[in-house]
Ligand binder design. Structure first.
Ligand code: FES
Length: 184
């Protein structure tokens, strides 16, 4: 074996083969990327949560004990505390609703927001009608449309009874449209 052959053999023995080194490097890059991705997913989901949840979530509001609610003489106005979650923001506001009865005598809760342009609609006991003070929209005691510029009747709200109390899920509805469309 001559000198050149010895040097070539020495080089082969001391230097790691390039394909093996690049394979280990690629493995490290892929492994590191996978771990980073796994750690990042929960953070991204947390950050984007407010974007993908329903814009506004409303909790159930207690209207009061059923035994204290008697709309037989006409709609009863009740103030309720409404808790809303919008993304991470939680707000509480006071809203007014009417407890009334529908044509079959079942309890019905109405939003007091006029479906025309959003004024608060009062119940006028002497006229036995809801009459909107803004543009004269008229509704019967169960919220049915009777006259004026409103495109539909007053909006009913989802209710439930729990432990003798009446609860309502307060919602906002699109104005100026003939059908009841929930906004949030
Ligand atoms: S806002 Fe009620 S009739 Fe216009």
């Amino acid at each position: 074996m001559n000198t050149n052959q010895n040097e070539g053999l020495l080089t082969q023995l001391t230097l790691p083969s390039p394909p093996r080194r690049s394979f280990l490097g690629a493995l490290l890059v892929v492994g590191g990327g996978a771990v980073s991705a796994l750690l990042t997913v929960p953070l991204v989901r947390f950050a984007l949560h407010p974007i993908f949840v329903k814009t506004t979530e409303t909790s159930w509001s207690d209207i009061g004990a059923l035994s204290d609610l008697d709309p037989s003489a006409g709609p009863v106005r009740k103030a309720i505390q409404v808790e809303q979650r919008d993304g991470w923001r939680k707000t509480t506001s006071e809203q007014s609703v009417y407890v009334t009865r529908d044509a079959s005598g079942q309890l019905r809760v109405l939003s007091s927001v006029c479906p025309h342009l959003g004024c608060t609609v009062p119940w006028l006991e002497e006229k036995k009608e809801f009459i909107c003070p803004c543009h004269g929209g008229i509704f019967s005691s169960d919220g049915t449309y009777r006259g004026g510029p409103a495109p539909r009747g007053m909006d009913w709200l989802e209710t439930k009874v729990d432990a003798g109390h009446l609860y309502v899920r307060y919602q906002y509805f699109r104005q100026l449209v003939p059908t009841r469309e929930v906004m949030g």
